[in-house]
Design a protein around this ligand. Structure first.
Ligand code: ATP
Ligand code: MG
Length: 348
């Protein structure tokens, strides 16, 4: 495949909390690697909410997203209460980003993990379930949230998971549901998994109840390959997977829709460590690597991945992955980026 030479416009959101620090690190690395992207910065999140816009995103930002169709996004903070709507949910629903793909693999022996052979991809349904936004107050003391599951939604995400497994030469797809309790909603997800699975006889497949499934994922993650599940379960098990694989700060993800794709770290804006240069930029960097591959810039993506791995191999670690005997040099967010840039053969 030939490398693209023209720069692709990308809507870039610095986000809130640690967002700015990890985006700065990521963009400096992309730039040093010669990635052909042309960022158009958009304002979303806290500042926009506080200006009185309860959606957290301006018309101008929507416009840039719709024009560019590719988004690289740092985590944002949704202020508590006062009718603020989650921008993440709004973006996913408005842009039809139905699949959230979250690969997590151990980097043994360079980053400490109890699970050296772990290599899973979680494919999370992104628009339905308890995130569909059907929540209301019945009386002062009774509130209710409705779970929405549709057949087309199940078909799309489950087919995507099997196609993903084929494309990336993965051997097994595990479906996680709780249909012993939610017979209709999770029952539908399970039923569609069996129907579509029948078209993919070449791929091993099984169904697990989410509670024992997540317990086993935490105890023996090496038994899993691709996991497909609904929105809320997928959110929870991907934090589990990333954390036991090394750190929640390590995993990137892509949100895939029909015409738009959005790339982000799996973690949130981590206000507890914001502004301290302590955040691991690897999650967002891995999201950016997925973005470059999506844009056909595979060589650049591989080059960055190798420089990142080389940095970790040499024991250069941010505080979240610090481990006695493994960490040789504890670095800040921006020093970590500098070390990667040096290994790309560029000047930080
Ligand atoms: P959200 O609801 O947006 O997913 P959350 O409540 O899951 O947010 P996060 O913002 O993801 O919370 O942070 C959880 C904890 O993980 C933080 O307190 C922080 O210490 C740690 N953490 C998250 N991201 C990173 C990172 N990139 N580097 C280091 N530590 C991180
Ligand atoms: Mg979270």
């Amino acid at each position: 495949t030939t490398e693209i030479t023209k720069s692709i416009k990308v809507a870039v959101a610095n986000g809130d909390g640690i967002g700015h620090e990890i985006m700065d690190a990521t963009l400096r690395i992309l730039n040093a690697a010669g990635a052909k992207i042309d960022p158009e910065f958009i304002d979303i999140g806290e500042k926009v909410y506080e200006s009185g816009n309860t959606s957290g995103i301006s018309e101008k930002a929507w416009d840039a997203i719709r024009r560019n169709k590719i988004i690289l996004k740092s985590p944002i903070t949704t202020p508590q209460g006062k009718g603020y709507k989650s921008l993440n949910v709004t973006l996913r629903k408005s842009l039809g980003l139905f699949a959230n793909v979250r690969p997590v693999s151990a980097l043994h022996p360079y980053v400490h993990t109890n699970f050296p052979d772990m290599d899973v991809v979680i494919i999370r349904e992104n628009e339905e379930d308890l995130y569909a936004g059907i929540e209301h107050r019945q009386t002062q003391d009774v509130v209710q949230c409705l779970k929405l599951i549709t057949r087309p939604g199940c078909e799309r995400i489950i087919r995507y998971a099997f196609e993903y497994a084929r494309a990336y030469n993965r051997k097994k797809v595990t479906c996680m549901v709780k249909d012993n309790i939610m017979k209709l909603t999770d029952g539908l997800f399970h039923e569609v998994f069996l129907e579509i699975g029948a078209e993919y006889k070449d791929i091993e497949q099984n169904v697990q109840i989410i509670d024992i499934g997540s317990a086993r994922l935490a105890a023996r993650p090496e038994e899993y390959d691709v996991i497909v599940t609904s929105n809320l379960y997928g959110d929870i098990i991907s934090d589990i997977a990333a954390e036991i694989g090394g750190s929640v700060g390590m995993a990137g993800s892509c949100n895939i829709g029909k015409d738009v794709a959005m790339f982000e770290a799996i973690h949130g804006s981590a206000p507890d460590i914001a502004g301290k240069q302590m955040a691991n930029p690897s999650g967002l960097l891995n999201a950016a690597i997925l973005m470059l591959a999506h844009l056909g810039q595979n060589k650049t993506a591989d080059k960055i991945k190798n420089a990142w791995l080389a940095t970790l191999e040499e024991g250069i670690h941010t505080p979240d992955i610090y481990k006695d005997g493994m960490t040789k040099k504890k670095v800040t967010t921006s020093q970590f980026a500098d070390e990667i840039i040096t290994r790309l053969g560029a000047q930080p």
